[in-house]
Design a protein around this ligand. Structure first.
Ligand code: KG4
Ligand code: ZN
Length: 347
């Protein structure tokens, strides 16, 4: 089955073709960074308008890369949620129209499930069950994954998502949008001894996170600190160390609690090298393997949507009618594909 994946949940138009026998055939991405940079963050209306212009040309580009035509598409997967409503609607409308014209099945995919499954696109994919740390611009989730659609939420952020904390802190440090990678670059040469910020919620049991207090600690430090480059770099470093430490403590605890032998780290913040190497150590010490998607598939992309969609479409699941997009959509409410294909098409 050759599945076209369409990702339009936020500020990236991602298109890919995944074949259930041959693997990933091609993927294309258009980032809207230039469109939103002057506003310091994503402007939802501009995101929707840009997706409208990009999706069809990117699909053609992707088909050409894979040396296929539209007639070769045998299923379509698109991001149904969570995400920006208008941006999601663009992908959903095009996916449904294209599926209707090609007479092929279509399926709306959960964006965080797709992030969670992104390491399956790499060599030596992790087997189920595994523990997943999903860290993106909108979500921070620690999830016990028994299989596709079998998710048990262990912990989540009670306020800002990890990526949001990176972006907001970066903005305070005067860095351009998108802040996460910029902050990581600035932190690289920062003196790790000069500042120290709290590791939120690590002194109490449980797996939840909170990053807004950490952001405030940075703001308070910035208010009195000198503004030279070395100071800004040291503050960025202390912020990143606090986030990485917090994740290391909670992931170690969750590995112990669940006895998981495999850890998956995915989502945009999973591209952070300091976090990646630290969690590699944590997993090793716990006797677990850690799986990361390649950097390009940590952040939003079409390949993970095509893969997640193909997994469910292959099992027989499809949208029986045009579904409403789900800007908010809790991951734990998903069901495995087998059960879904038998269930009434309720929502
Ligand atoms: O998964 P993603 O591309 O989009 C969402 O689904 O939200 O994640 C984007 C988030 C942004 O907040 C971005 O600043 C953050 O991931 N991010 C990073 C890095 N690369 C992207 N945060 C820290 N370090 C990075 N290298
Ligand atoms: Zn994402």
């Amino acid at each position: 089955m050759t599945v076209l994946g369409i990702e339009t949940s936020c500020d990236e138009t991602g298109i890919a073709l995944y074949d259930s026998e041959r693997g990933l055939l091609a993927h294309c991405l258009h980032s809207q960074v230039d469109t939103h940079a002057r506003y310091g963050g994503v402007v939802p209306e501009l995101a929707s308008r840009d997706h409208i212009q990009r999706v069809l040309p990117l699909i053609d580009e992707c088909l050409a890369k894979a040396q296929l035509t539209r007639a070769d598409i045998s299923g379509i997967a698109y991001t149904r949620g969570p995400g920006l409503a208008g941006a999601l609607l663009v992908g959903a409308s095009i996916a449904n129209s294209l599926a209707w014209s090609l007479q092929c099945p279509v399926l709306g995919v959960h964006h965080m499930e797709a992030h969670c499954l992104a390491p399956m696109l790499e060599p030596n994919p992790p087997p189920f069950p595994f523990l997943a740390l999903l860290v993106s611009g909108g979500h921070t989730l620690l999830v016990q994954v028994a299989g596709i659609g079998r998710y048990r939420l262990l912990g989540e952020s009670l306020d800002d998502a990890a990526g949001e904390a990176f972006d907001k802190t970066a903005k305070r440090l005067g860095l351009p949008y998108p802040g996460g990678p910029e902050l990581e670059a600035l932190a690289h040469n920062g003196d790790p001894q000069r500042f120290r910020f709290p590791r939120p919620m690590t002194d109490r049991p449980g797996f939840d996170f909170s990053f807004s207090g950490l952001k405030t600690a940075v703001v308070n430090t910035l208010a009195t600190a000198p503004t030279d480059q070395a100071t800004r770099a040291a503050i960025a470093r202390a912020f990143q160390d606090a986030v990485v430490d917090t994740f290391a403590i909670k992931v170690r605890r969750a590995l112990e609690h669940t006895g998981a032998l495999h850890l998956v780290v995915a989502g945009g913040v999973g591209a952070n090298q300091a976090l990646r190497s630290r969690l590699r150590e944590v997993a090793k010490a716990a006797g677990a393997n850690v799986a990361y998607p390649r950097l390009a598939f940590c952040t939003d992309n079409g390949a993970m949507i095509a893969y997640a969609g193909a997994s469910r479409l292959q099992a027989g699941e499809r949208d029986q009618a045009v579904k409403a997009v789900r800007p908010r959509w809790p991951l734990e409410t998903l069901q495995p594909p087998e059960e879904m294909s038998l269930a009434r098409d309720g929502d």
